[in-house]
Write a protein that binds this ligand. Structure first.
Ligand code: FDA
Length: 393
């Protein structure tokens, strides 16, 4: 029976990073994935250009029931380390938004880089291979798969979260965690667009494709990012970020003009251009279609600025700064970028990613209850947890 020092389940971001790190240490490593291609999510990410890290990565950009867990790995493998790897492979990148690094060309370069490193490190990668069973075997594990039975010193679970089942996502890691007596915290689709009621769908149809910078608040989350109207509902970075704080029934508070003191600007407009129409003034501050729609939804009078009372100005400013909206739901696992929740980290070492009392079993990446905000943080977690585990396993 073939035997390995380490078997990694999941040829995604965390799994490949862990495998190559362990391989370079001289460990005999095999990666198993049921998908027919490695790194499918990497290929899809960042609109095909993979936002592979964020230079501002810090623990505050992550959600977890155990907020200190991520600190150690993130500190030991920083965005700069990954940038050095990318540069060594001659991959060009761009900083599309502050701190957010994307491939200049294609996400394919990142997958090729990881597979090249795996090959250099002597790692074997088996795709289209189903894992049927993982069981404890003395100090190690025995793994039954569609490619045969393997013994290993350790198995690393890097099977990711539940988002986008068509890309190979499965609840495998959670089931395995439960099999070995670990807790799994409640999971929820996050970084996902919002859906709206059919009534709002009709109202928003005319705005489809329009994007504008807003400030959004949801629960304890506050973000200043663009919002995008789609034919299905509300999307764009602002909405994806807010979705990580949203639970059914909650309202979003949207500030349509976060950069402007609207009450002061309207009073100034009333003084300097008294004959200007309110709709015209709004159309200068916001995309015209949006200004018109907001005017209709709020029932604002089509009047000249001179005719607006101070009370009306204050009411308009308040409505623009605190527009309340209750989404019908989210698009769910079909389009979510990540899974909130996962394998409870309290029974896992933040240094080695080994399960307490069961060092032959390790969990890394998104399968754990560690989820990043939008902007390259999730990949940085995958790289950092993969390296930390690969150095220790
Ligand atoms: P990942 O999901 O990458 O890999 C898990 C692997 O395990 C997969 O290859 C899967 O096939 C395999 N697997 C699952 N079940 C299995 C089983 N039963 N048997 C064998 N194999 C199994 N993040 C970011 O930082 N920047 C970005 O630009 C984006 N963009 C983005 C876009 C889209 C569309 C999505 C869906 C996600 C993102 N993300 C992102 C999030 C990022 O892709 C995600 O957090 C990481 O890929 C997680 O890495 P993991 O290795 O943990 O799981």
């Amino acid at each position: 029976m073939p035997s390995y020092d380490v078997i990694v389940i999941g040829a995604g971001a965390a799994g490949l990073m862990c495998a190559l790190t362990a391989g370079y240490r001289g460990q005999r490593v095999r990666v198993i994935d049921h998908a027919n291609k490695a790194g499918k999510k990497i290929l899809m990410s960042g609109g095909g250009r993979c936002n592979f890290t964020n230079l501002a990565t810090a623990p505050r950009h992550f959600f977890s029931g155990n907020p200190h867990f991520a600190i150690s790995a993130l500190k030991r493998y920083t965005p700069q380390h990954f940038v050095e790897l990318v540069e060594r492979h001659g991959i060009e990148y761009v900083e599309k938004a502050p701190g957010q690094l994307f491939c200049a060309d294609s996400a394919k370069a990142i997958v090729e880089m990881l597979l090249t490193e795996c090959a250099w490190a002597g790692v074997e990668v088996s795709l289209s291979t189903t894992v049927e069973r993982v069981e404890r075997l003395g100090e190690g594990v025995r793994l039954k798969s569609s490619a045969g039975t393997f013994d290993a010193g350790a198995v690393v679970i890097a099977s990711g979260g539940l988002s986008i089942p068509t890309l190979g996502a499965s609840g495998f890691g959670y089931d395995l965690a439960r099999q070995f007596g670990l807790e799994v915290t409640a999971t929820r689709a996050a970084l996902v667009p919002f859906t709206v009621t059919s009534q709002w769908k009709t109202a928003l149809a005319a705005l489809s494709g329009l994007s504008c910078p807003v400030a959004v608040s949801c629960g304890d989350g506050h973000y200043r990012e663009p919002l995008l109207f789609t034919h299905r509902g509300l999307s764009g970075p602002a909405m994806l970020q807010a979705s990580s704080h949203w639970e059914p029934g909650m309202a979003l508070t949207i500030d349509w003009l976060p950069q402007l003191d609207v009450a002061e600007a309207l009073r100034q407009g009333r003084r300097e251009s008294p004959r200007k129409r309110l709709a015209g003034w709004l159309g200068e501050q916001l995309p015209r279609r949006l200004a018109q729609a907001l005017g209709e939804w709020q029932g604002w009078p089509d009047t000249s600025l001179a005719d607006l009372s101070n009370a009306q100005i204050d009411a308009i400013a308040e409505a623009l700064a605190r527009w309340q909206f209750k989404p019908a739901g989210t698009e769910g696992w079909r389009t979510a970028e990540v899974t909130l929740g996962g394998v409870d980290t309290r029974a896992i070492s933040s240094k080695t990613f080994a399960v307490e009392g069961l060092p032959q079993l390790r969990f890394i990446g998104e399968v754990l209850d560690v989820t990043g905000q939008l902007g390259g943080f999730n990949f940085q977690w995958a790289w950092a947890s993969g390296v930390a585990c690969g150095q220790a396993v």
